[in-house]
Ligand binder design. Structure first.
Ligand SMILES: [Zn+2]
Length: 410
């Protein structure tokens, strides 16, 4: 094989001609390259061949995958073309995405590593800043979503909101319940965001949707019932269980405050550390947490009653359907008599939304899966706290939870 062809193979470059290879003084390998005759003078968006416009801003250099321990760069002319539709643009090159200083292979490796290793491993191995990683993932995602239609056959879907940057900003995400995959994510949690998704779906696809699980907030339910006429709206277990946990925690805080004011320092101290013991599944409690619970049962009946109420509500989503509906009825009666204000409020909310709560039970929407997805999303968004743009966080979430991540190059 001729030396230049070996370089082509080594660098994984296709549809291009290598002109020259040079090792610079600092140790960087610079490969001069040009698109082959078929690829020359094409528009980066529509891929059509266009008349040349000018030579642009001269030669451009972009990062390629490292060669051994040396930095690799591709260098090429960047002429501009005049596309009839998109106007004057830098011509497309086969080795890199439009307007990017990294080769395709480099970007794909970064995306793969981001999902499979730690933040510091990606940055150190690829020798780029974490902020750049977010930008690269967004580019890779944009190309992948253009290639694949994630919303083709949606029947049961779920709307979810998730906070990024510690509760200051929110994302609305849509999950396909059949596959458990993320199909859409957008910054914001308001009616406009929901409508944006439904518009994207088109009328025909909206009509195909049979089941939607979501929070009972009006900004979600109103546009959904307007546009998805065939869909049953469910208030999923995740939101109900979360509301019960919040109600329980409210009572714990009340009791704790009362204990503090009454000078019961021992009780106050125990209650402060009891949060996890109260919220956890009884089966997963550590010995110390079991002890804490037993102490609460002894010391404060009110809090213990709240604990039992919250646990019982969770149980509804674990038992068979027929049994669950009876259990729900019993729970509502119990909660109404409980004299615990937060649970009275929750009982009222469930009564108002009863049909939607029961729809989630009868349609067997799995809470475990939603919970798992929520945990994964939370982990991903925490990694993305360093990003200023919500789109970088969305790219991380979509690439890892929608099966869109490209494989490692070749
Ligand atoms: Zn074009």
């Amino acid at each position: 094989m001729r030396p230049l062809r070996i370089w082509k193979k080594l660098l994984g470059i296709e549809r291009a001609v290598i002109e020259q290879v040079e090792l610079e003084q600092g140790g960087a390998l610079v490969v001069s390259v040009r698109p082959n005759a078929r690829e020359r003078g094409r528009c980066p968006h529509c891929r059509r061949r266009c008349p040349g416009y000018d030579w642009g801003e001269g030669r451009r250099r972009g990062r390629a995958l490292d060669l051994g321990t040396n930095f690799g760069f591709l260098e090429a002319e960047a002429p501009r073309v005049a596309c009839r539709r998109q106007g004057v643009l830098v011509a497309a090159v086969p080795w890199a995405r439009h307007d990017s200083n990294f080769t395709r292979a480099f970007q794909e490796q970064v995306a793969w590593l981001t999902l499979n290793t730690s933040k510091s491993a990606v940055c150190e191995l690829m020798r780029i800043a974490w902020r750049r990683v977010g930008w690269i993932c967004a580019r890779v995602l944009a190309e992948q979503t253009a290639k694949r239609d994630l919303c083709a056959a949606l029947r049961p879907i779920g709307f979810h909101e998730i906070s990024i940057r510690k509760g200051q900003r929110y994302l609305t995400v849509v999950v396909d319940h059949d596959s458990g995959r993320l199909v859409w994510a957008h910054p914001g949690r308001d009616r406009k965001t929901v409508e944006r998704f439904l518009e994207l779906l088109s009328k025909q696809r909206c009509a195909q949707i049979k089941l939607v699980s979501c929070d009972d907030a009006e900004w979600i339910t109103r546009p959904l019932s307007q546009r998805c006429g065939n869909a049953v709206i469910c208030l999923d277990a995740f939101h109900i269980v979360k509301a019960a946990t919040d109600a329980l925690d409210e009572i714990r805080r009340q009791v704790w405050n009362e204990a503090r004011k009454a000078g019961q320092t021992q009780l106050a101290r125990e209650l402060k550390g009891a949060r996890f013991a109260l919220c956890k599944n009884p089966g997963n409690l550590s010995e110390r947490q079991q002890l804490t619970l037993a102490r609460i049962q002894q010391l404060n009946q009110r809090l213990y009653r709240a604990y039992l109420l919250a646990q019982q509500l969770r149980e509804i989503y674990r038992v068979p359907t027929g049994h669950a509906l009876a259990l729900l009825e019993a729970w509502l009666k119990w909660a109404r008599r409980s004299r615990l204000q937060p649970f009275l409020k929750l009982a009222r909310r469930i009564t108002e939304q009863r049909a939607r709560v029961e729809a989630a039970i009868t349609n067997k929407l799995s809470n475990a899966r939603l919970q798992q997805l929520n945990t994964q999303l939370r982990l991903i968004t925490r990694r993305g706290f360093g990003y200023h743009s919500p789109w970088a966080v969305i790219a991380l979430a979509m690439l890892s939870l929608s099966g869109l991540c490209p494989p490692l190059p070749s």
